[in-house]
Ligand binder design. Structure first.
Ligand SMILES: *Cc1c(COP(=O)(O)O)cnc(C)c1O
Length: 226
């Protein structure tokens, strides 16, 4: 495909997603400016990412440190107003790399990782805001902090000087996501946290209606993953 038709297709996909965000926000009495669209570019190459940047998208998400390192430093030399979000599971031994590379981290979910991130922030003098990921469906195979363990983790983050952006979740697959989004919103309210990172390609409109401030959209913007 030529660069131009890639650009057209990316612009169309982006316009379609933004349109749906607008409508969902409007239906909920919210402003679409209060919803940050994160384009999750995992598995997508630079050739797939650049058309979306040309279309105006500036906020991107990745789920692997190594892959993000391979793609984004070079892109950022050209496009300097990019904001990069870490949306995947994070190992403690990668905390320093994550703090150095990302502007937001969505996956704080346990005390050991929290302490590693806090140490990295102190060392690097860089403090990207973090979301605490909540295992909202109580699924054993999934990342995220158990709901019961959340108050202690929030307190630990605050004590360690980590700027908290809010809460993040990935609800169980193949069931209606709305109850999980509503629960995450309630838990965030109970803790006076304003940020809500929830909603993906299949359910971002529902998430927006239920208060999402950050939606993480991959395939609806890029097409199928590589
Ligand atoms: C891949 C991924 C997304 C995007 O998923 P799509 O269904 O492609 O929109 C969102 N959040 C996380 C944590 C992801 O890993």
């Amino acid at each position: 495909m030529t660069g131009e038709s890639n650009d057209n297709e990316a612009a169309q996909r982006l316009a379609r997603v933004c349109d749906r965000i607008d409508r969902a926000a409007c239906n909920a009495g919210r402003k679409s400016e209060d919803v940050v669209l994160i384009a999750v570019s995992k598995t997508q190459g630079t050739d797939d990412i650049v058309p979306l940047i040309h279309a105006g998208q500036r906020v991107f998400g990745e789920n692997r440190i190594q892959e993000a390192h391979a793609k984004w430093p070079a892109l950022r030399e050209v496009y300097q107003d990019i904001s990069l979000h870490m949306v995947g599971q994070l190992q403690s031994n990668k905390a320093e790399e994550a703090v150095a590379l990302f502007d937001f981290i969505h996956s704080l979910d346990r005390p050991s990782l929290l302490m590693a991130v806090a140490r990295a922030m102190d060392k690097l003098g860089r403090h990207p805001p973090c979301f605490i990921q909540v295992n909202i469906g109580d699924e054993s195979q999934k990342g995220g902090c158990a709901i019961d363990a959340l108050p202690a983790l929030i307190a630990a983050a605050q004590g360690a000087g980590i700027p908290l952006a809010g809460l993040m979740c990935v609800p169980p697959a193949n069931v209606e996501a709305a109850p999980y989004f509503a629960l995450l919103a309630k838990i965030a309210r109970d803790h006076d946290l304003t940020g809500l990172s929830m909603g993906m390609s299949g359910d971002y409109e529902t998430a927006v209606m239920l208060g999402a401030t950050h939606i993480r959209v991959g395939t609806a913007l890029f097409g199928a993953r590589k």
